[in-house]
Design a protein around this ligand. Structure first.
Ligand code: DC
Length: 212
């Protein structure tokens, strides 16, 4: 059983995907972490994330340890992740790992929840249930801004909004695997829904799709 949860950053897709995996007893993979790890590795090597050779080399050399690099959630790594993610050969290099995880879940899980941008369209088009979680850029920027402040970081709302729009533009307009809902995905706009409502709606949809 494969559940695909796609959507832009700060849409709430990560929280939802984790909660769904827990409730359904499924393994969980945050595919954004993989792109972030590639970006972090490129930056640590002093290379340009837009350089295809450097980005592909980092993607091919990725190890499990890279997924725990300390700077993965930093804003500069978010931007760099979106840049490496637009390089087709990088996406190609990361496809096998994501598909193996989906088809052979770790331990004794009976299935998986993957979250990302192209899970329902490219990585697992055969997924039984597909969700696309979104919210307005203003709402998402406000959430990210509050998260940064809570972490004790300096944050300016207008700057966060601008960065978010830039990343959305790049993720949605790239030639390969642009971020968009699969035709058979349930689109959930979380702008005015609380996390419990989102979770209950998503769970009911998955149960119906998977005959649970
Ligand atoms: O979900 P996130 O914000 O952690 O993702 C970081 C970047 O990685 C995002 O800007 C787009 C890219 N990404 C992608 O292209 N495809 C995925 N399946 C997951 C993330």
């Amino acid at each position: 059983m494969i559940v695909a949860v796609d959507g832009p950053s700060a849409s709430g897709k990560g929280t939802l995907a984790r909660r769904l995996a827990m409730a359904l007893g499924l393994a969980y993979l945050d595919t954004g972490q993989i792109y972030r790890a590639v970006a972090s590795k490129v930056l640590a090597a002093g290379k340009d994330p837009a350089d295809p050779a450097a980005a592909v080399a980092a993607a091919r050399a990725l190890s499990a340890d890279d997924l725990t690099r300390p700077d993965l959630r930093a804003e500069h790594v978010s931007q760099a992740a979106s840049i490496v993610a637009a390089i087709p050969a990088v996406r190609e290099a990361l496809l096998g790992f994501q598909r193996s995880f989906a088809n052979e879940p770790p331990a004794d899980a009976e299935g998986v929840v993957l979250d990302g941008r192209d899970i329902g369209t490219v990585v697992c088009p055969e997924a039984e249930a597909k969700l696309f979680v979104t919210a307005s850029p203003e709402v998402r920027a406000q959430r990210r801004h509050e998260e940064l402040i809570a972490r004790g970081a300096d944050s300016i709302y207008a700057r966060v909004l601008e960065d978010m729009k830039e990343r959305d533009r790049r993720d949605e307009s790239r030639a390969v695997a642009p971020s968009r809902p699969a035709p058979d995905a349930l689109v959930l706009d979380t702008s005015s829904l609380d996390p419990d409502e989102v979770f209950e709606t998503a769970l009911a949809f998955i149960r119906q799709r998977c005959g649970l």
